[in-house]
Design a protein. Structure first.
Length: 371
């Protein structure tokens, strides 16, 4: 999402806002840029079996590829075509398994969701200038906001576009933006912004677990393992900067960034809060809302969310969802109309989450709520 900044977490967050909120997903299906050559698409079955991810067999093959005059290669996995100009090294070696494990996480962590029917295009470029050129070719006149990103990446039209930010930051970007890429590729219906971004932050948490051999450590996705979001949330809670749920779920990208551009922490607070809100719906209020996210995502994936909203709230609410991804009507239809009670419950959840001693649990990927 947008704007330049010096701190990596701020830039990440800003880049993510742009990716999913500023430009309508349906309007962006750019063609492969000139100077690239994409492989033929191989379709999966209509109901593919979820594969096991084995680091030793993740890569199905490689072939030469070039971006302009820069030689590179295409790395094929079951679910991705990874176009890269990076030389051999630890990051490139880790990316194929990381992406496949991330996809397995996307399709199982919040209920059973469909897998993409064809490999998803992911670009991992060696330098920022290459990334800038590719963004211009993919997005044309819409590339401007993306080119202001100081450090980050984006997904658009089912493509993920990243460059080398170092091992951890590159993978964090890929985990978050990979969710958007998956939704753009696979879902038949749209998600409200708070849900799309909240789940993307939920998918960020991971730890590299030793393999017990000479092979690189494998990623284990752990939604609670996200100290950046936790620390920002704790600061916002301490300062009394948590808006009511009703405001959180209707925020536009412009409101997320804030009219006061000097407040560079506004997007960070937004992402920390939607991260916590997804965890709240999963674990808070004694399990009252535990199935809400699962039902929302399943309906959006199948293209029946508008039908559910209309059956609960009427045609006007359904139209608001279709026209502007109205986050308030979606939450009301699936979780109920008593948002005042939910807001109180959420604030109690955040208070408990931010209690002394919970930082270590978050660092270990353990729930501070479910003991």
């Amino acid at each position: 999402m947008p704007e330049t900044a010096t701190a990596i977490p701020v830039c990440r967050c800003v880049a993510w806002v742009l990716t999913s909120c500023v430009l309508p997903l349906a309007s962006c299906s750019p063609s492969i840029p000139s100077g690239t050559s994409a492989p033929a698409v191989v379709s999966n079955s209509a109901s593919p079996i979820v594969p096991a991810v084995d680091a030793a067999t993740t890569v199905l093959g490689e072939e030469p590829w070039a971006f302009e005059s820069t030689p590179g290669r295409t790395i094929r996995t079951a679910s991705y075509a990874i176009y890269t100009t990076m030389p051999d090294g630890p990051l490139v070696a880790r990316v194929p398994e990381f992406l496949e494990r991330a996809l397995l996480h996307y399709t199982s962590a919040l209920g059973v969701l469909p897998r993409p029917r064809q490999p998803m295009e992911t670009y991992l470029l060696a330098t920022r200038p290459q990334w800038d050129k590719l963004a211009r070719r993919l997005l044309g006149n819409d590339a401007g906001p993306y080119l202001k990103i100081d450090r980050g990446g984006f997904s658009m039209g089912g493509r993920g576009v990243y460059y080398d930010l170092g091992p951890r930051d590159t993978l964090l970007i890929a985990a978050h933006e990979g969710w958007h890429q998956y939704v753009q590729t696979t879902f038949k219906g749209q998600l409200p912004i708070w849900l799309d971004e909240g789940v993307a932050t939920y998918m960020e948490g991971y730890r590299l677990m030793p393999s017990g051999s000479a092979a690189p450590a494998s990623p284990q996705f752990m939604p609670w393992a996200n100290l950046e979001r936790f620390e920002t949330l704790r600061s916002a809670q301490w300062r009394g900067r948590l808006p009511a749920i009703e405001r959180l779920v209707v925020a536009s990208p412009q409101q997320i960034l804030g009219d006061d551009r000097s407040d560079e922490w506004a997007p960070l607070r937004y992402y920390a809060q939607v991260w916590a809100f997804i965890h709240f719906l999963r674990e808070g209020a004694n399990g009252k809302y535990a199935r809400v996210i699962e039902r929302m995502l399943a309906d959006a994936a199948a293209g029946r969310m508008d039908d559910t909203i209309e059956s609960k709230l009427g045609p006007a609410a359904s139209q608001a969802y279709r026209l502007r991804r109205d986050g308030l009507v979606v939450l009301t239809a699936y979780a109920g109309p008593d948002l005042a009670t939910m807001d109180t419950e959420f604030k109690e959840f955040v208070k408990k989450l931010c209690e002394r001693g919970n930082r270590q649990k978050v660092a270990e990927g353990k729930s501070p709520i479910l003991q």
